[in-house]
Design a protein around this ligand. Sequence first.
Ligand code: SAM
Length: 219
Amino acid sequence: MIRLSKRLSAIANFVDKCAVVADVGSDHGLLLIYLASLGKIAKGYGIENKSGPYQILKHNLESHSEAELKPLLQDGISSLEKDVDTIVLAGLGGDTIVGILKNGVANLKNVKTIITDSHTSIGEVRRHIVALGFIIKDEVLVLEKDKYYEICKFVKSDERPAYSDFEYRRGPIIIKSPAFRHYAKVLIKKMDAILEKDLPEAMKELVRQEREVLLPYEN
Ligand SMILES: C[S@@+](CC[C@H](N)C(=O)[O-])C[C@H]1O[C@@H](n2cnc3c(N)ncnc32)[C@H](O)[C@@H]1O
């Protein structure tokens, strides 16, 4: 059985049993291979837009036969098989995730779950996916090699929750988790270092405001 990093394990935990998964930016394909070897997914599509990673992905997926795993060389979800109910977008920047979802919006009709691990602009990712008719069903903060990752699970819903700006930025579930106390401390320390720098006052004011909101969460 292959071992996944803490970050990829957290993503795997958010995948529902018997899901048909499109792993966009699949790279090595480890996530799909792990899910298939557990017997957790019915089928998996590994999507890569670059030929180098795609060749490795193809080789890796074709060496495993626990579930049907199919490599695809294409840009994001510019096309998507109709049986896909779950999309994973992990290890990508927020602008890339939003771009992929915008370009493939017509292909989201059958998608019930979107799982993200966005490394930048996480607030924009949450906002965009909620605007597509999803709610934030679960979130987890993962600390790996001194870096925090925010893993989010969105599910399609008729509910229209009113998340605050702070909840979009930091995660409505994450801010209630015990791990957020330490993360808030880390963020405040970073903000203190920024406030020491010679930066435009308007920028510093934004940092001060965010720092104020974070202070009650610090342990
Ligand atoms: C940093 S790797 C992340 C790999 C894996 N998902 C993980 O989280 O460990 C990002 C991968 O996404 C691929 N990628 C970036 N933009 C893409 C797009 N528009 N469509 C498909 N793949 C993309 C890159 O080629 C790269 O292999």
